[in-house]
Write a protein that binds this ligand. Sequence first.
Ligand SMILES: [Zn+2]
Length: 394
Amino acid sequence: MCASSSKDPIAEFIQALRRGEDPSIEEFVHCYPQWDLDQLRGEIEGAWVLFWGGTVPHVSDERLQEALAVLREARDRIALKRGLQSKLEQIPTTGALTVGELTRWLTERIGLALKPVGSVPEPHPIQVRFRGKTRERKDSAKHAYGILRSSQVKTAAEDLLSRGLIAEPPIDLSSVSDIASVVVEEKPLVDCEGCTFQFEEGTVIYINSKIENEMRRRFTWAHELGHAVLHPKQPQWMDTYAMIQKSWSRRERTQEVEANRFAAELLMPFSMLEADKFPQSEPHFETIANAADRYKVSLTAAAIRFVEITDAAASLYYVEEDRIVWAVRSNFFELPWRKGTIHPTSGLKWVRAEREYYEEVPLEAWTSVATAETAVETGRKIGERQWIVLIVRE
Ligand SMILES: [Zn+2]
């Protein structure tokens, strides 16, 4: 451990922790007898800012103890993680497992106990208007989930990124998982895209190794991290592709929507998109596809993000066969969506494009209010029977 040539020994100490080594703090401090407490403080301060974010204007004795406690905790966490990983190695590597089998392996055969960990972020009080007065409704147990504010979800994702010093796309999900103390394993799974298990020893995310599309695998990974971070009270989560794919409507306010929102904020952080001038870019699929490449996300995920933050009056629809499955709109679109079957005057109805198309259409084709306005409709086929359609008001 005594690498006395090191210029930044505490940073090196933390790097060693990150590599999964187990350096002793006592030995570490012992390595630098020439240091006085102030020097050590300075180093701790540097490491603190570097690895945990935030600014520390002055490091007091208390702060020093706190920093050492953080180091010790990190070391303990790594020991737990190693113990957990060695247990996980006992799970068979051949053949695909159902989630039921995987759960049995984890709990019965290896003896890990599923348990709620940490605490759920505080539910936000809900404002209700009653007889002209605004009141705050106390959240009862049935509101304990699915009611996080968008800002809470955003902050949780940004916090992980800043703790990991991640400032450039594409987001390195391995680093983010390390920061969140989550073990991520890939295994062939049956009928499951990803699942999350929370144990006393730590949280494990399984991603189906049969997912070939890298963007889809990344999104699943980020979605499961969302459950681990936002929903620690439920010890087990299981997601199918359809569940993740269809959980976009904010009105649903379910934990699946929250996990998807978290994934979007994590993979496409607003600050980075803003630096790329994405909100001001032209509302069409070419710019969206470029962003999808840069951030390593699917076209659909990038399109949703675009509509959320664009300065244009745009709305995005996910259509399967003839039905609108979900829609998201920008702040400036304002009109309510059409629901159900797509309208005969929509471009998609008669173009049925194999790739991409542009049409000028009556805005009515995509909204539920009567209007004489026209809109530009552009759509892309994204699956055997699925399209995403971008509508921009002129
Ligand atoms: Zn989920």
